[in-house]
Design a protein around this ligand. Structure first.
Ligand code: SF4
Length: 369
């Protein structure tokens, strides 16, 4: 494996270049390029071509390497399949939105949580990601944004911030609170080095209660999202094994403590699932009107926003998408009961943007495009 220069301290980088008979200032040039997310040495235009070729043969720039890049047909979503230095694959998604550029970051290679509707967990957990491997995902997105910069998109006052990453959602592959110390290190770094405000960072968890307590101790006012997906312990335990360890009441009470501390609105993620009955007809699973009433009761009085997410098909899973009517009926019941609710369409469905699908296809040697 080639050494990754992004992982070097500045003095290690200086030693590395002087050992290659280069002046010390090359270390600063390389560091500047790395901090901008340069994916290869070829991009480092102020470094002599011969030295760039030497570097290419002995070292790697970032701890992630783009092996596949897919653009949605509307040009708003870019999905990256990234290879880590040990050959593991992860996904990262850049979403260009009206409020800014948001990056969905993976925190683990694979996932051990076993949620029954999710592709990311099908091959189990491989390992936790390091702080640098998470940070390099947002640098990769940032490089992509700047590479596609168009003069017209720069605001009249010359502010190029609309070509910067402005928001982070830790909602990609993996359960972030199973890798909580590295995830905290990553958020600290994104805040300090890229100026991404705490309120522009959202962490989504399936409900690891000790991890939520750790976030409370950490004390930063990020946004917390709970992947709920069912309003009763009985139903939730059927699709989310973690519910056998941390019950709904325990998870919501820890989440309340977090959001009250920071006066933040709690995000509730709820994937709407259907399935085929014995006659091959679609029946609702967790998306019936009865469950909408139960969810309303569970959340009544909480400062929360429910994101309803119609199921995005994963071949290996038995669920199907409920009809548009069923989705709207579910939402109407929540709204009637005074629960803030919106329907979140998965972005980039034409590029398989449901979490873990691209990685899964790659692992199986299928063409993921
Ligand atoms: S939904 Fe999240 S926690 Fe559950 S298996 Fe998928 S990646 Fe893991």
């Amino acid at each position: 494996m080639k050494p990754i220069l992004f992982d070097f301290t500045y003095s290690e980088l200086e030693k590395f270049v002087t050992d290659m008979s280069q002046p010390r200032f090359r270390a600063k040039q390389i560091r500047d390029w790395l901090n901008r997310g340069a994916p290869d040495f070829e991009s480092m235009k102020n470094i002599p071509e011969k030295f760039r070729a030497q570097l290419e043969s002995v070292a790697q720039t970032l701890p992630v390497r783009v092996t596949k890049k897919l653009e949605s047909s509307d040009g708003q979503t870019t999905k990256f399949l990234l290879e880590l230095n040990d050959g593991e694959q992860i996904e990262c998604v850049l979403m260009r939105t009206s409020y800014g550029n948001s990056v969905c970051v993976s925190s683990q290679a694979g996932c051990a949580m076993g949620c029954k509707f999710c592709a990311s967990t099908l091959l189990g957990l491989k390992r936790n990601l390091t702080v640098n491997e998470m940070f390099a995902q947002i640098l990769t997105a940032q490089w992509e944004l700047r590479a596609s910069v168009n003069e017209k998109s720069i605001r009249p006052n010359g502010d190029a911030n609309n070509n910067d990453v402005s928001h982070i959602v830790i909602m990609g592959t993996g359960e972030p609170l199973q890798n909580v110390e590295n995830v905290i290190g990553f958020m600290e770094r994104a805040n300090q080095d890229m100026g991404i405000g705490w309120r522009r960072i959202t962490l989504s968890t399936c409900g690891i209660v000790p991890g939520i307590k750790r976030l409370i101790d950490w004390g930063r006012p990020i946004n917390l999202a709970i992947s709920l997906h069912a309003p009763t312990d009985e139903l939730r335990s059927q699709i989310m094994p973690i519910n056998n360890k941390y019950k709904l009441s325990e998870v919501l009470s820890a989440a309340d403590e977090f959001t009250e501390l920071h006066n933040r609105q709690l995000m509730i993620e709820y994937i709407l699932l259907g399935r085929k009955d014995v006659n091959g007809e679609t029946e609702l699973y967790n998306a019936t009107p009865e469950y909408a009433e139960m969810l309303s009761k569970l959340l009544r009085g909480k400062n929360c926003m429910v994101n309803l997410i119609p199921w995005n098909a994963v071949d290996e899973r038995d669920f199907v998408s409920p009809s548009g009517n069923a989705v709207h009926r579910f939402q109407d019941i929540l709204i009637k009961n005074g629960i803030h609710t919106r329907i979140r369409r998965e972005r980039g469905t034409d590029i398989g943007s449901a979490c873990g699908q691209l990685r899964l296809k790659h692992k199986r040697g299928e063409n993921a495009s």
